[in-house]
Design a binder for this molecule. Structure first.
Ligand SMILES: Nc1ncnc2c1ncn2[C@@H]1O[C@H](COP(=O)(O)OP(=O)(O)OP(=O)(O)O)[C@@H](O)[C@H]1O
Length: 259
């Protein structure tokens, strides 16, 4: 089995302290992982390393078979989709939803190259898949938070990424919108040529059964990693959060409450 991600003994220091320390993590091709960590634990730093926006102080990184340092990162990033709610602020509000999605093919914000009819057809198909096809002629700024997230995922899919990072994708969504988005993410995993997905979240109950593995990060270090069903349990999460918690599995999702 080939590895999609190999992070070997990676540390990243800033201001004399380790923001990430001795990270060892491997994601096999075809696996989908959840990444769980408290605020400031180092998740965004890890994603920045994966995308080559920052460089490890020590250790090595290999993504999709390419060792960082020996590969053109701009080319690499075309294979990595990163959907983050913070990215929403960088979108021109008066962009038409359909054009925003199509622009994902060129991995740029705004349309600079002339798309072809088939690009619009593909964009339309992804929008249908994510149940936001009806928005195609709407401007981005008139879409709700949940609709914007779906458009950004459709946009990321246009580049046919091999790795898709969903970074706090449900931020600001109400219950119905959140569950709708989770349904769409679940369905994405079932598509032929589905990308490997990483799902970064603060909420255990959002970790769908497709995320077979989980990585728990605490204070810049890997606290635990492995099969989600094994990693997510009351005892280990009590240690992880340093607060007594109960974890109940219901409909293959892990619901956390305070003891
Ligand atoms: N360039 C930097 N210089 C100094 N400290 C940094 C730098 N970047 C991140 N940090 C610190 O490293 C820690 C981890 O930050 P990071 O953004 O990776 O956390 P996170 O897990 O993504 O948090 P959140 O869930 O709140 O987004 C934080 O304490 C942050 O202040």
């Amino acid at each position: 089995m080939k590895n999609c991600i190999e992070i070997n003994d990676v540390s990243w220091y800033r201001e004399g302290k380790a923001v990430l320390k001795d990270i060892r993590w491997q994601v096999e091709e075809g696996q989908h992982w959840a990444i769980l960590g408290l605020n400031g634990s180092g998740k965004t730093t890890l994603l920045n390393l994966l995308n080559g926006y920052i460089w490890p102080t020590t250790g090595s990184i290999r993504v999709l078979g390419h060792k960082y340092g020996e590969v053109d990162l701009r080319e690499m990033r075309k294979s990595i989709g990163w959907v983050s709610s913070s990215f929403q602020e960088r979108i021109h509000g008066n962009e038409k939803a359909q054009n925003l999605v199509v622009s994902g093919k060129f991995a740029s914000i705004g349309l600079y190259e002339k798309p072809m009819d088939e690009d619009y057809d593909r964009a339309g198909a992804f929008m249908e898949q994510l149940r936001c096809g009806h928005l195609k002629d709407r401007t981005y700024q008139t879409c709700s938070q949940g609709e914007k997230q779906k458009l950004l995922i459709a946009r990321a899919l246009m580049a046919s990424p091999k790795l898709l990072i969903l970074d706090e994708a449900t931020n600001g969504l109400d219950f119905i919108s959140k569950e709708g988005l989770l349904d769409s993410i679940y369905e994405l995993a079932g598509l032929p040529d589905a990308p490997n997905m990483l799902y970064v979240t603060h909420h255990t109950e959002e970790i769908l059964p497709i995320f077979s593995h989980s990585l728990l990060i605490r204070r810049g270090e890997v606290f635990m990693q492995g099969l989600t069903q094994e990693v997510l349990n009351s005892k280990d999460l009590t240690d992880f959060f340093e607060m007594p918690v109960n974890l109940d599995w219901n409909r293959e999702r892990a619901w956390l409450s305070r003891k």
